[in-house]
Design a protein around this ligand. Structure first.
Ligand code: ATP
Ligand code: MG
Length: 238
């Protein structure tokens, strides 16, 4: 579905992505793991057209989308939950969620025909239902994170890139995030997940990549990852 090959990206003179390659197949949950500052967020941003690639390619459903503008990529059926919460602070929770629908391409219902609606988002995140009419800027950090996840799903993406959706969330809410991502996965949405909560990654992930210094240093299943003590100690500290 999506193949990223030999990605290189810079911020000014710092060489951040140093040849990372990874792919996501139809309907898969792929987890990208690694310590702070190794380039995980930059990888997602480069796929979304938010960071320019100096070289390498991103191919999505056979189409070369390398360095296309972000709005063109979003229209192809990508959903994106950025690490830094990007909500519209002056409009309500409900209006933020509906914006996700407006930004979306017309027809990306899941393979089982399920589509995301306000009601379905609120079933997974009752807190957002309670805050439905509240201005989004007054939400707590964790609530804003839930809102970002909900808004991305409202676009019924075929591929969802999620950057630390559980950062700063209480364990009960982490479970809600796990349930909503799992539901999206069952609908047929492919997910590329960056998250520090290993429990979440292990419960959702079909395949795992570990990144270090802008390169992929491990690719495999959860069984392979758990078995590879050297990779875990060196790159993940588990
Ligand atoms: N806009 C920017 N300008 C300059 N340097 C940046 C910028 N964004 C990130 N960096 C640097 O690039 C490196 C990779 O950052 P990135 O955010 O991709 O890491 P990460 O793996 O997502 O880390 P974390 O786990 O902390 O979120 C870091 O050293 C970071 O300081
Ligand atoms: Mg990051």
């Amino acid at each position: 579905m999506m193949q990223a090959t030999e990605l290189h990206a810079y911020y000014e003179r710092s060489h951040i992505l140093q040849g990372a390659s990874l792919m996501v197949e139809d309907g898969e949950v792929v987890c990208l793991l690694g310590r702070n500052g190794v380039g995980k967020s930059t990888t997602l941003k480069s796929m979304m057209g938010l960071v320019k690639l100096a070289s390498g390619s991103v191919v999505f459903n056979g189409k070369n989308i390398t360095n296309l503008p972000a709005h063109s990529i979003a229209r192809l059926g990508f959903g994106y939950v950025p690490e830094e919460r990007r909500i519209f602070p002056t409009i309500s929770v409900k209006e933020n969620l509906l914006m996700g629908m407006k930004e979306a391409p017309p027809s990306n219902s899941g393979s089982n025909g399920n589509r995301w609606t306000l009601e379905r988002i609120y079933e997974f995140f009752p807190r957002l239902r309670e805050r439905n009419a509240q201005r989004a800027g007054t939400l707590s950090g964790g609530e804003q994170k839930m809102l970002c996840t909900g808004r991305a799903l409202m676009g019924n993406p075929s591929l969802l890139l999620v950057d630390e959706p559980t950062e700063g969330l209480a364990p009960a809410i982490v479970t809600q995030v796990e349930r909503i991502l799992s539901a999206a996965h069952h609908d047929g949405t492919a997910i590329l997940l960056v998250d520090q909560t290993m429990g979440l990654a292990l419960s959702l992930g079909n395949r795992f990549y570990v990144m270090s210094k802008g390169r992929i240093v491990f690719a495999g299943s959860s069984v392979d990852l758990i078995a590879d003590e050297q990779v875990r100690k060196r790159y993940l500290e588990l």
